[in-house]
Ligand binder design. Structure first.
Ligand code: CTP
Ligand code: MG
Length: 218
């Protein structure tokens, strides 16, 4: 089957967000955050399948369908993506999108898909508004980074399947734990195309983000 397989890592505990349930299962504008994400992808004709790694304890409660499959996640985001990738056998392109970003638009996804078709790997990036300092372990400032050289990575990130497989296999072999796949791909020498990201596509991290997301979805 051609089309894009989407992996949505959703096996985190949401420690910064807090709450009884991990943030991605909490109700946002009427339905669980994760459902905003899976439905938006499922309604897109480009997407053949959505694979959702979740925590072991929640797996039994999730109901897989033809196009949305829940699988066991791992200890880290990268390990969860690796578990998801093992299920993505027949894809030409594979996307990875955080369950914690329910505000992504299909237009953004398509822009990243187009760039990945051309370049092999692509992601949305937004300029960094804050001045970023490298910090010392004692909490003092070590060095101010040049903001014009910085970009904040978003998801969805999209890859030719064999590139993503190679990148994650190498990271695993070399014991490197990446927080996104685009960064790993660049580290291993692949050209990774940045497309203009969307400031609204925020990653829900702390409780304050929830209200912002609800106002955007309203
Ligand atoms: N994730 C995952 N498996 C893990 C850790 C994280 O699938 N072992 C997922 C999260 O569910 C989330 C995405 O990776 O969709 C981005 O991670 P983040 O926003 O950091 O979520 P958490 O790790 O759950 O939150 P925190 O870091 O605050 O604990
Ligand atoms: Mg985390």
């Amino acid at each position: 089957m051609s089309g894009v397989v989407v992996i949505v890592p959703a096996a985190g505990t949401g420690s910064r967000f807090g709450g009884a349930l991990p943030k991605q299962f909490q109700t946002l504008a009427g339905k669980p955050m994760i459902q905003h994400v899976t439905e938006r992808f499922m309604h897109d004709a480009l997407v053949s399948r959505v694979i959702v790694p979740v925590a072991d304890v929640l797996l039994a409660k999730m109901k897989s369908s033809d196009r949305v499959r829940f699988v066991a996640g791992g200890e880290t985001r990268m390990q969860s993506v690796i578990r998801g990738l093992a299920e993505a056998d027949d894809a030409e392109l594979i996307a990875v999108h955080d369950a914690a970003r329910p505000l992504f638009s299909i237009e953004l996804f398509h822009a990243v898909v187009d760039a990945a078709r051309e370049f092999g790997a692509a992601l949305p990036v937004i300029p960094v508004a804050d001045t970023i300092h490298r910090m010392n372990t004692d909490g003092t400032v070590a060095q101010t980074l040049d903001r014009s050289m910085l970009g904040a990575a978003q998801t969805p990130q999209v890859f030719r399947a064999q590139i993503l497989r190679d990148v994650l296999a190498r990271a695993q072999r070399e014991g490197i734990e990446g927080t996104d796949e685009a960064g790993l791909a660049a580290r291993f020498g692949y050209r990774v195309r940045a497309v203009t990201g969307d400031p609204r596509n925020l990653k829900i991290t702390i409780p304050e983000d929830f209200a912002i997301a609800e106002s955007y979805l309203a």
